[in-house]
Design a protein around this ligand. Structure first.
Ligand code: GLA
Ligand code: ZN
Length: 675
């Protein structure tokens, strides 16, 4: 449990009373109670208020707010306020502001704006966390620490340049190794002194954010910046832990956010939390995948939904309202996939600056007679009724999909073969094929133990880290099914190509050689023609983006290309290896092929769908103390039906007993436990 003081799904969100006068504070509390809100996240952006100058700290407002909430049965998720530095700090200590990608020194403004290498930022952010820890260590109202806010963005200042050189010295020891790792004889880039190395941005090696002349330095700079921000987080983590060793600590992540290696970050978090802001057109299987990824960061441990909007965002191009029922549906989607909290940004809508049109539980009208509030209050009542039944429940998946940030950086920094190749999209294609069949998936990092899985899928495993090929071989030898795709096994950790034929270190496991890689223009496709019907796969399918031209070297050919000069060459293969099998899919297939393929693999392994597929209805499960809870989520605007068979279930939300063909209302949710 995240904190035993509140043994239910936490409900509430970001609360900014400092933006208001005292006359609304009691009214806030009255309305929160009507909604069943029991957690408020405080102090996220209050650094300038609690430290008005270098010497003065004033916690009186925070004291009063935490007390007032607590007296009214509302706990605090206490942020450390360091997500935006005060104006006085930027004026007095310019090292605190960043230098941007174009090389411009920033002035005061915005947020998430501090240089991670700034001695000033590090000193004062750590000190702030220390003071907060000291002050609130015994307050019964504080449930959890929320360090800073949505860490992100890179800096290219001189302090970061110096920090980068130190980091490189630790990583490589001597310049010879670095020169080799970055292949600096290319374009005569050999470094003879550490001082010659400058951060890769638009002033040096990069352009457009992720185009680079040298993948090696660009990759290392991402590692370094992710590490530097993590160092800042750890300073604060340790500062609060010193005072409150038993209070959990988190920081809110952003799903598939590209800039930080969240698997590394999660090692230093007691509980993962994240902010979920899908748009109207985000596929719901994509949101599901991101929840699964956030759960995977700590090997399946439940996570926190730290923020979502009750109704709309302000920062998208078109900020459509969540349709009636959708806020509830998406809240349960998070819970279904491992969230033990449902928290909003924000509780009361602000009146000025750029978030005044962002949805909130209390809207500008200021009272509770709104559609949005009614929906929030109904959900609050339901979460109260669910009590602790779902808390700590685990997801039991036999299929793992590998996700790796460093691999993603390398794929997306790559110059060629195609700008159309997007790592996250390729991962999502495989995820979606399983999702559509109600098969549970764990999203795992490369350090995860694989032996508990029957099937491991690693789309576009371009970078092979030391030992990973052996780990996969052990998994397959022992009977596991492994699947990987085109553009895999190509480079090592430094983005240096493994010579001797693609897919490099995976070659013997897969029993193939990829001789060439063809990039297809937008709208162009090739065909996947089955050698013979295989389970759910018959005839032919289409594929796009990249086509590896492969030779089977021991692998059995399942399908061949149907067009172009490589017509007849293998496009899908399987290699028997030890007790298991290793599949290679040499191009990016259409959804029909992937669904058939994954259905076949699951069939071979005896992995059954939780319930038979019903169009537009998501089914997933969490298990607690041997009791499986099936979440049935209807994403359609009309009612649907799931076939539950003979088993009789109780719906935890309505207490109805259900079996057979169960109707699920439009945008409706069922949580089914066996009766
Ligand atoms: C992020 C931030 C919040 C707020 C919301 C708005 O998630 O953490 O402070 O800006 O976005 O959607
Ligand atoms: Zn910097």
């Amino acid at each position: 449990m995240i904190n035993e003081k509140l043994p239910k799904i936490w409900y509430g969100g970001d609360y900014n009373p400092e933006q208001w006068e005292a006359d609304v504070w009691d009214e806030d509390i009255r309305i929160f109670k009507l909604a069943g809100i029991d957690v408020a996240t405080l102090n996220v952006f209050s650094w300038a208020m609690i430290q008005p100058d270098e010497e003065t700290y004033d916690f009186s407002f925070l004291d009063e707010t935490i007390d007032r909430l607590y007296k009214n049965g509302i706990y605090t998720c206490l942020a450390t306020a360091t997500g935006a530095h005060p104006a006085w700090m930027a004026k007095r200590y310019p090292d605190v502001t960043r230098v941007d990608y174009e090389g411009r020194k920033r002035k005061f403004g915005g947020r998430h704006n501090s240089c991670p290498s700034s001695p000033t930022y590090r000193l004062y952010s750590e000190r702030m966390a220390d003071k907060l820890g000291e002050r609130y260590k015994d307050h019964p109202g504080v449930l959890i620490w929320h360090i800073s806010n949505e860490y992100g963005g890179y800096c290219y200042c001189d302090n970061c340049a110096a920090g980068f050189r130190n980091w490189l010295q630790d990583r490589y020891g001597d310049l010879d190794k670095l020169n080799k790792a970055w292949n600096t004889r290319f374009w005569g880039h050999t470094f003879y002194d550490w001082d010659e190395i400058v951060p890769p941005n638009a002033l040096s090696e990069e352009w457009n954010g992720n185009r680079t002349n040298f993948q090696g330095i660009s990759l290392d700079y991402r590692r370094f910046q992710s590490w530097s921000l993590l160092e800042c987080y750890k300073l604060e983590y340790n500062a609060v832990k010193k005072h409150t060793p038993d209070l959990p600590v988190t920081t809110n992540l952003m799903g598939t956010y590209p800039e930080l290696d969240y698997f590394e970050w999660a090692k230093h978090m007691d509980v993962v939390s994240w902010d979920n802001y899908p748009s109207l057109d985000t596929p719901y299987s994509y949101t599901a995948m991101v929840h699964d990824l956030m759960r995977g960061l700590k090997s399946g441990q439940p996570f926190m939904l730290m923020e979502q909007t009750p109704s709309q965002q302000n920062w998208q191009a078109y900020n459509s309202l969540k349709r009636p029922g959708v806020m509830r549906l998406w809240s349960y989607q998070a819970v279904a996939r491992g969230a033990d909290t449902v928290l909003f940004f924000q509780l009361r809508r602000s009146i000025g600056a750029c978030e005044k049109y962002h949805g909130a539980v209390i809207e500008h009208v200021g009272h509770e007679n709104t559609r949005v509030f009614r929906e929030c209050a109904e959900l609050g009542q339901e979460l109260g009724k669910l009590s602790d039944q779902i808390l700590d429940a685990r997801v039991d998946a036999k299929v793992a999909i590998v996700f790796d940030w460093e691999n993603r950086w390398a794929v997306e920094l790559s110059s060629g073969p195609s700008v159309a190749l997007k790592y996250v999209d390729e991962v999502h294609k495989y995820y979606d094929a399983l999702f559509q069949q109600n098969i549970q998936v764990d999203m795992v990092g490369v350090e995860e133990e694989l032996s508990g899985y029957d099937i491991v899928i690693a789309p576009v495993l371009y970078m092979i880290k030391p030992g990973y090929a052996q780990k996969l071989e052990t998994f397959v030898k022992g009977g596991g099914t492994f699947l990987t795709t085109f553009f895999s096994g190509i480079v090592n950790e430094s983005d240096l190509v493994t010579t001797g034929g693609y897919p490099g270190e995976l070659r013997s496991l897969l029993g193939i050689w990829a001789e060439e890689i063809d990039a297809l223009f937008p709208g162009h496709t090739n065909q996947i023609v089955m050698e013979q019907p295989w389970g759910a796969l018959k005839d032919s399918y289409s594929c796009s983006i990249l086509c590896d031209l492969i030779h089977a070297e021991g692998a059995e050919v399942l399908a061949r290309y149907g067009e172009d000069f490589y017509k007849g060459m293998p496009v899908a293969t399987v290699n028997r290896f030890g007790e298991g099998k290793a599949y290679y899919i040499a191009s990016s297939p259409d959804a029909a092929f992937l669904q058939g393929l994954l259905a076949n693999l699951c069939e071979e392994k005896g992995i059954r769908p939780l319930l038979p597929r019903s169009e537009g209805i998501e089914v997933t499960a969490r298990t607690k103390d041997g009791r499986e809870l099936l979440f049935v989520l209807n994403h359609q605007a009309e009612a649907g039906v799931v076939e539950a068979g003979e088993t009789s279930y109780i719906d935890l939300l309505t207490d109805r007993t259900l079996s057979g063909a169960i109707e699920v209302p439009a945008k409706g949710v069922l949580i089914l436990a066996q009766a």
